[in-house]
Design a protein around this ligand. Structure first.
Ligand code: AMP
Length: 188
């Protein structure tokens, strides 16, 4: 089963993706984590992505589709994947759709994490004080939210016409949101 988690930065995709991965026994794949790891290790991918990420912009579709292709080719991905924040533009949605189709698979569920702006800003400020991520500083956060609204929000309409989406109220305690996610997947 392939599941896409979609929502603005700070919506809780990472937390819920990890819980879902455990509950369903499927690997969680987050392009954000993979890119941060590449930056940390100074790989060619990391060198190309570093400045763009730190400013809060989106990395190019070509780079992203390359890493998704490589991830899907891994044996561990054969039973399905929790795609956590992996699709952020319409070309990426189209590219992932083609990749999955070439493997005889589909995106089975698209979950949209809904959070108010006030909640997002509060959560990102809290995360910054704990994790110290460069792209959680206020200027980069503003750019990331703008990128979400301009480039990622239209992806929701794309999936609405290509299989459908399920909206999750992502405000509340971690366990409450996790229960909503399981209900949305028909597993509660
Ligand atoms: P995240 O950890 O999901 O907030 O991602 C951190 C940063 O990685 C984003 O602000 C982008 O610069 C980059 N990134 C992660 N996933 C993607 C993607 N699918 N497309 C473009 N850029 C991405």
């Amino acid at each position: 089963m392939n599941i896409l988690l979609l929502g603005p930065p700070g919506a809780g995709k990472g937390t819920q993706g990890a819980l879902l991965s455990q509950a369903l026994g499927l690997p969680r794949f987050a392009t954000g984590d993979l890119l941060r790891d590449a930056v940390k290790h100074g790989t060619p991918l990391g060198l190309r992505a570093k400045a763009v990420m730190e400013a809060g912009h989106l990395v190019s579709d070509d780079l992203i589709l390359g890493v998704i292709r490589a991830e899907l080719a891994k044996p561990v991905a054969a039973q399905g994947v929790i795609f956590d924040g992996v699709v952020r533009t319409i070309p990426q949605a189209q590219g992932v759709d083609e990749l999955l189709r070439s493997l005889g698979r589909t995106m089975d569920h698209v979950l949209i994490f809904d959070v108010t702006d006030a909640q997002l800003l509060q959560r990102l400020a809290a995360r910054r004080s704990v994790e110290g991520r460069a792209d959680d500083d206020p200027a980069a956060v503003a750019t990331r939210l703008q990128a979400y609204r301009q480039q990622t929000a239209p992806v929701i309409s794309w999936y609405e016409t290509h299989g459908g989406v399920t909206r999750i109220d992502a405000v509340g305690l971690v366990d409450e949101v996790a229960a909503r996610v399981m209900r949305a997947l028909g597993r509660a």
